[in-house]
Ligand binder design. Structure first.
Ligand code: PAF
Length: 281
């Protein structure tokens, strides 16, 4: 496994791989890798013949009062995990390499980024679209793999790739959960055991919504009401949003579930820790 920290070296390497006819599969991450990330790496392995993982805590996707400084980092452990998954290249640039002084260009997706996380984290998707456009130009992947846990991010990225005629395929892999149902996230490391007990209820609430739907009720208001009620009974949780949207367009759905296309997504505060999760009905 080769670890690369400069844009120049990564681009040269990507060009060489492409010229040799290799198919580059890419997993962009902010590090502190868990089983969810590793499932994306395995998916990348199936989708290409060279796997590149980027590890970069992207400052432009954090708001001024968010957790950039305390975001968990452990490069040595991440490199070990990548090595044992058979990753070929890790691109781990310093911030100055991605955003040198005088940097002033940003990419904005202006529709799917609007609701949900876009409303509660106004800088987020601009930062994500910007860093991913840069990473796609640096790593030059044929395929990039994202997790369904960040469903809105996946939809925004797919749309951006289409709008900007970027020549790569976006693959979305299923959410990986802990044994108790909690969606895997690097931010779970912030949870103390007593907070974690409450955080598990996020998935339970979504499952309650799914159970209502499976019992034959397809009224979205009714399903959301059940989910919000469940979340509001949990001591440490405060709902930021719980919404039903079209899985591809992120447009709010107001009346009935459209089977296979309805994303129920929620973000909550568990004390001061922001967590997200979703299900597809
Ligand atoms: O999902 C993430 O970890 C980040 O948003 C991403 C896609 C790596 C961009 O920084």
């Amino acid at each position: 496994m080769q670890v690369i920290s400069t844009v120049n070296e990564m681009q040269t390497c990507a060009n060489d791989l492409r010229n040799a006819g290799r198919k580059i599969a890419f997993v962009p991450t902010m590090g502190y890798l868990h089983e969810g990330h590793l499932s994306l790496v395995r998916k990348a392995r199936e989708s290409g013949d060279v796997v590149v993982v980027s590890i970069f805590v992207n400052p432009t996707q954090f708001g001024p009062s968010e957790d950039l400084d305390k975001y968990p980092r452990n490069l040595d452990k991440d490199l070990e995990a990548c090595e044992s998954e058979g990753v070929d290249y890790v691109f781990a640039p310093p911030t100055s390499e991605m955003y040198p002084s005088g940097y002033s260009t940003f990419v904005n997706e202006e529709s799917l980024s609007g609701p949900m996380c876009g409303k509660s984290r106004p800088a987020f998707f601009r930062g994500v679209c910007t860093v991913l456009t840069k990473l796609f130009n640096i790593v030059k992947p044929h395929v990039a793999v994202f997790g369904q846990k960040d469903a809105q991010q996946a939809a925004v990225v797919k749309h951006m790739v289409k709008d900007l005629n970027l020549e790569l395929e976006i693959v979305v892999a299923p959410t990986v959960r802990e044994a108790d149902g909690l969606a895997m996230s690097s931010r779970n490391s912030y949870l103390k055991p007593f907070q974690r007990q409450d955080a598990v209820q996020i998935h339970k609430a979504l499952q309650k919504g799914a159970a209502i739907y499976e019992s034959g009720i397809d009224n979205i208001d009714r399903i959301l009401a059940e989910i919000i009620h469940h979340l509001s009974t949990v001591r440490r949780l405060r709902v930021i949003y719980a919404e039903a949207v079209d899985l591809e367009t992120m447009k709010p759905l107001r009346t009935r579930v459209e089977k296979g296309h309805t994303l129920i997504a929620t973000a909550v505060w568990c004390d001061e820790i922001r967590l997200i999760d979703n299900i597809i009905l």
